[in-house]
Design a protein around this ligand. Structure first.
Ligand code: PLP
Length: 394
């Protein structure tokens, strides 16, 4: 073949983090057949779907098998019943959304990756460390990247102070993956003011908002005044309702967003109508059920289970006086590797000495070097056992 390919892919580094982790575990197991390894690197939910969601899936599937209730292609932007469920969900945080601004997706990752389609060249600002999709999707479309840096002095919550550009696209993720750090109302207000003053757009990833349990941290950027004029919000049913295997999320593109006489909402509609054919009916019924009163209760029971693990893990770091972020409004705990070890050295150290596996912070960006991410998605029993083991070596 002799076709030209998208050379921008040459700038995207191999996604080797999890394959390298698995390679090291495999090698260790070959040499230590009886090793009882505990995985605190799990980035996926482990508890099953709630009963309301399962009932809705079964009911909707039956409808699909009946001549009178069968449905074909769903609307590209989502059924009204799902959009209304999202709208009502936001109302619990006193955010009023136009139904037209809500787009039901097959998960946050798709929309985070696809949103670049509707923008031209602008200065792009991406946190470091962060969930890699923002970076890779911009690199694939040939964009140059600037970083907003997270470190201990800003508690891994970059602020706009160092941005000199105007007309930027800025990615924010709160509660953050991998650091678990979460913006307060006040901090997010500064970002919104900056975006408005500099004619910039914020792409706000709120995939972990359901883990916020206090009144200090907003669940949605639209709780901040002015955000509808400067922010797109992308969220997910994955961690909130255990939909990682079912696939659904939502994106809010406010009608107020305009640039150079273009409605951003119309551009996104146009993009979706061309390249996306909607989320299946049973999954949208399941999503609707997840946002019902009883459905939310079931989701919260699962989140509470994970957060109990997060609390036990945070207690260990408090007890040891080790710097960490997360664990309060997030299933992730991000801590400094002891004795100046770098992230991979510490990975090997934990694997070899206590058979506990986590995720090296360096895999999330250069500013993650020297840090480590562990998660609360394992069982209480395994998490407790891992804590006992960690206590001996931290
Ligand atoms: N955003 C963040 C910050 C994530 O950590 C993840 C998944 O790990 C996603 C988005 C992807 O969510 P989804 O499963 O809805 O595609």
């Amino acid at each position: 073949m002799n076709i030209n390919i998208n050379n921008n892919f040459d700038n995207v580094s191999e996604n080797y983090l999890f394959s390298e982790i698995n390679k090291r575990i495999k090698k260790y197991k070959e040499e230590h057949k009886d090793a009882d390894i505990i995985r605190l690197g799990i980035g996926d939910v482990t508890l099953p779907l709630g009963q309301k969601v399962v009932d809705a899936l079964i009911e909707a599937s039956k409808e699909m098998g009946n001549k009178d209730t069968f449905r074909g292609y769903p609307p590209e932007y989502g059924y009204d019943f799902t959009k209304i469920a999202v709208k009502n969900y936001y109302e619990t945080n006193k955010v009023n959304l136009d139904l037209e601004s809500i787009f039901i997706s097959d998960g946050a990752k798709s929309d985070l990756g696809n949103i670049v389609d509707i923008f031209g060249d602008n200065p792009i600002y991406i946190p470091n460390p962060v969930y890699p999709v923002y970076l890779d999707s911009n690199l694939m479309s040939g964009r140059k990247i600037n970083y907003i840096e997270g470190y201990e002095a800003n508690n891994f919550l970059p602020m706009p102070n160092d941005i000199k550009d105007n007309n930027c696209i800025i990615y924010l993720c709160s509660p953050n993956n991998p650091t678990g750090a979460t913006y307060t109302y006040n901090e997010l207000d500064k970002w919104v003011k900056f975006a408005l003053e500099s004619n910039s757009l914020i792409i706000y990833d709120s995939a972990y908002e359901a883990f916020i349990k206090d009144n200090l941290h907003p669940h949605s950027i639209y709780e901040i005044e002015g955000a509808k004029e400067c922010a797109i919000e992308i969220c997910s049913f994955s961690k909130q309702a255990g939909f990682t295997g079912l696939r659904s999320g939502w994106t809010i593109v406010p009608l107020e967003l305009e640039s150079k006489n273009h409605s951003i909402n119309k551009l996104w509609k146009r993009r979706q109508a061309t390249k996306f054919n909607g989320v299946s009916y049973p999954v949208q019924r399941a999503a609707e059920a997840a946002l019902s009163k009883d459905g939310i209760k079931e989701c919260m029971d699962n989140i509470d289970y994970y957060m109990e693990n997060a609390k036990m893990l945070s207690n260990l770091f408090d007890e040891k006086g080790i710097y960490y972020t997360g664990g309060k409004s997030s299933p992730y705990i991000w801590f400094k590797c002891p004795n100046g070890m770098n992230s991979w050295e510490f990975f090997d150290y934990l694997l070899e000495n206590v058979n506990v596996v986590g995720t090296p912070g360096a895999g999330f960006g250069t500013f993650g070097e020297g840090y480590f991410r562990i998660t609360s998605f394992n069982t209480h029993e395994k998490t407790k056992e891992a804590i006992d083991r960690l206590r001996k070596v931290l």
